[in-house]
Design a protein around this ligand. Structure first.
Ligand SMILES: [Zn+2]
Length: 309
């Protein structure tokens, strides 16, 4: 048990920005055939360079290919920059693209958020690149058009200009390195996360451990939704929603579902280890340096996604 926890900690320490959610574990999945050398010289190129250079989605039917941290997106659509109950932030990054079900999910959740006191909707952070795939900066996941970062700052002003959306920041909701919430945390956050997690399209939501424990303690009604809320490093300026593969997406790989139960004891364990860190394990395996993904590593369909109009 101790070993397992320690290697988890190491994986987290490796994550570039300290807030990348876990890559998916190998589970019983459709066997995903990769591009391999079939794309010739392109196969050896870094996938982030190829996908990072695409300004628009591919003219193909929408389909996520592969996994959240090794995949791409055909037929990506753009979340409109501003809607009645949302604004997309940091427009210069051009990451307000996703699978159509993801865009639908965001719009629906933003309407629910708008019902909370002090909120008129949601500020939406990174989704995916136009054709998904690895990014030049930031995330390891968000590759298949099914991940969304949502700001924890109440979206009270939905008339922000492009410049304002580059410059304003979200707010942190954590105290004591994430063991607890701070004074910015409100019942509205609880209700929005509850609505977010209660949607059957959601696989997991990542947020800092203190927030999960706060919701565990405050929830007096149905607790089933808490299972989808998973503690993770970082994630105190935004929460990260990960959707499951849409029906019929046969070349999309899901993550294992979270363990049964509300996960509250596990989250409390994270809090306890923040407050009383265990001594380092001298037998912990050395982290392996991570190699950049090349096009050859991605699902076979991703070469077509790149080449499509
Ligand atoms: Zn994210």
């Amino acid at each position: 048990m101790f070993r397992a926890l320690t290697s988890l900690t190491l994986i987290a320490a490796l994550a570039a920005c300290g807030d990348s959610p876990p890559p998916q574990r190998a589970v019983s999945q459709p066997q995903i055939e990769t591009v391999g050398m079939s794309a010739g010289v392109l196969s050896t190129k870094e996938a982030k360079q190829l996908f990072g250079a695409k300004p628009a989605g591919s003219a193909q039917p929408a389909a996520p290919y592969g996994g959240y941290a090794k995949g791409c997106l055909a037929g990506g659509v753009q979340l409109p920059e501003t809607g009645p109950t949302w604004q997309a932030m940091r427009l210069s990054r051009n990451r307000n693209w996703a699978h159509p079900i993801t865009v639908d999910y965001v719009q629906e959740l933003s309407r629910k958020a708008a019902q909370q006191p002090g909120w008129n909707g949601l500020y939406i952070g990174d989704m995916s690149q136009p054709r998904g795939g690895p990014m030049l900066t930031g995330h390891r996941s968000h590759q298949s058009g099914l991940d969304i970062d949502i700001w924890l700052r109440p979206a009270n002003d939905l008339t922000l200009t492009r410049t304002e959306r580059e410059n304003i920041s979200s707010i942190s909701l954590r105290r004591a390195s994430g063991a607890f919430t701070n004074n910015n945390w409100t019942r509205a956050h609880h209700e929005i996360l509850k609505a977010a997690a209660s949607d059957p399209r959601v696989a997991r939501i990542f947020i800092f451990p203190g927030a999960k424990v706060a919701m565990c303690n405050a929830e007096k009604g149905d607790r089933a939704w808490l299972r989808k809320i998973r503690p993770w490093w970082g994630h105190h300026y935004h929460f990260h929603v990960r959707l499951t593969c849409p029906a019929g997406a046969t070349a999309c790989s899901n993550q294992n579902p979270p363990p049964a139960g509300d996960g509250c004891a596990e989250a409390q364990g994270w809090v306890d280890r923040i407050l009383n860190p265990p001594p380092p394990d001298p037998n912990a395996p050395k982290p392996k340096p991570r190699r950049e993904l090349t096009l050859s590593d991605l699902p076979r369909q991703c070469a077509d996604v790149l080449a499509a109009r």
